[in-house]
Design a protein around this ligand. Structure first.
Ligand code: NAD
Length: 436
């Protein structure tokens, strides 16, 4: 099938590559000419495991191309995905200017019946706005579908190739058949994983999923704070509740607060939509408040143990990205942490296996970017673990302790065993691990 994907960021690029992998002819479009030129040379602008070889292979075999020419791509396509960004507006609502601009351009280039699919995360009602925008530019017949994306950065290829489910909001039989055909190769194993539904429900499903996941995180972060007050270890509590099948084990890890390009903006956006309809989503407002407070927890612990004036002090940070296996720094809790440390007068030495370039775009030369984890710990008065990269799981702790000026270890991800760290000579503090 001929497919056009408009927007070649995390979502568009992964979707385009995976759709090409299953034999479709895919054209990925972006307005960023430099990004397209790099992609044509198989240079992937983001770090995503497995993506580079897939792009290379499909480009070499002629099923995947990159262009800035939206018109030609749309004209050749049976299905057109809109996968551009939907950043938060000033009031927290999702900014639809890119989605609707693309819809109009699609309309201007219609040359036969097409299925126009919103893959960007968009508020309920957006598919109808897309329909009107396309309709305003063409007399051709077309269908509109909502197909929200659930991939996780860092495991995006795996998630797209073997999805838990594919949600498709559709109100027309032909478009339903086309979308079913396109997704069949990804859903053959494990029963019928394509969930067809009405368009509004598909749009809400994406926000409800992210809101639920964010809620679990904020819930566990509050439990962690409670555990600290009462001398319990949240890690034990997590194991204790996760084994209940009604609760499940996933997404019960406390940490330095959620970040990334999705949870913060999507929670804000659904709150905004509901507010505009006169419904206050109080649970989600609390989820946001808890997360804002949680993003300061590692900073507060650092100031508690090192004092509020950090001039002359060096702080090492392991991990900059908002989670492991990505170079994405969007809304990373490390950003307010570093700002707070610099404000208190500290010198900051960071290490991240992939996110150094993204961090440099934010902090410039304001912090040191070490080439390896040990250099970030060298001479530091505290070491803060912020991202759960594998490389930090079992380092040479003896060496780390000796490199530190003070063996203060604040584990923002609860990666380490408190007793083992104490036995190794660290002053260990995790998140919600008793009174430590
Ligand atoms: N990143 C994720 O993990 C993830 C997961 C699920 C859903 N989403 C949603 O998918 C959407 C895209 O997210 P992303 O992370 O891929 O964003 P991104 O910022 O990485 O990529 C968006 C791309 O769209 C391009 N673009 C913008 N306007 C354009 C136009 N008029 N014509 C052509 N290209 C244009 C930009 O240049 C950019 O390359 C968002 O709505 C997001 O919420 C993201």
């Amino acid at each position: 099938m001929h497919v056009a994907v408009i927007g070649s960021g995390y979502v568009g690029l992964v979707a385009g590559a995976c759709l090409a992998e299953t034999g479709n002819d895919v054209v990925c479009v972006d307005k960023d000419a430099e990004k397209i030129a790099r992609l044509q040379r198989n240079e992937i602008p983001i770090y995503e495991p497995g993506l580079e070889p897939m792009v290379r292979r499909n480009q070499e075999e002629g099923r995947l191309t990159f262009t800035t020419d939206l018109g030609t791509a749309v004209q050749a396509a049976r299905v057109v995905f809109i996968a551009v960004g939907t950043p938060p507006g000033e009031d927290g609502s999702a900014d639809l200017q890119h989605v609707l601009a693309v819809a109009k351009e699609i309309g201007r280039n219609m040359n036969g019946h097409k299925v126009v699919v919103t893959k960007s995360t968009v508020p309920v009602g957006t598919a109808e706005k897309v329909r009107s925008a396309v309709r305003s530019e063409t007399k051709n017949g077309f269908a509109v579908c909502s197909n929200p994306e659930f991939l996780k950065e860092g495991a995006a290829i795996e998630d797209f190739m073997k999805p838990d489910r594919v949600v498709i909001g559709v109100d027309e039989d032909e478009a339903k058949a086309v979308m079913g055909e396109l997704y069949a190769p990804f859903t053959r194993q494990g029963g019928d994983r394509i969930l067809f539904m009405d368009i509004a429900s598909a749009e809400v499903t994406k926000y409800a999923a992210n809101a639920m996941l964010a809620t679990r995180i904020s819930f566990m972060n509050q439990m962690a704070r409670f555990c600290e007050l009462v001398g319990a270890d949240v890690n034990n509590v997590r194991r204790g509740i996760g084994s209940d099948q009604r609760i499940g084990r996933a997404f019960l890890y406390p940490g330095p607060g959620y970040g990334g390009s999705c949870f913060p903006k999507d929670v804000k956006a659904i709150i905004h939509t509901a507010d505009s309809l006169g419904l206050s989503l109080d649970v989600l407002k609390a989820v946001e408040d808890v997360n804002e407070a949680q993003k300061r927890v590692v900073l507060h612990k650092t100031l508690k143990y090192l004092g509020s004036d950090l001039s002359g002090k060096i702080v090492g940070i392991w991990g900059l990205a908002f989670k492991a296996e990505t170079d994405d720094m969007r809304e990373s809790p490390t950003i307010p942490l570093i700002e707070g440390l610099l404000e208190a007068g500290a010198r900051v030495q960071t290490h991240d296996p992939k996110a150094t370039d993204s961090a440099r775009a934010i902090f410039g030369d304001g912090v040191m970017y070490a080439a390896d984890p040990y250099s970030a710990a060298h001479g530091a008065d505290a070491l803060l673990l912020m991202t759960e990269w594998l490389v930090y799981r079992n380092p040479d702790f003896e060496r780390v302790r000796k490199l530190l000026r003070r063996p203060l270890l604040i584990d923002g991800r609860n990666l380490y065993d408190p007793d083992r760290m104490t036995a190794l000579g660290f002053e260990y503090h995790g998140i919600g691990r008793g009174r430590r």
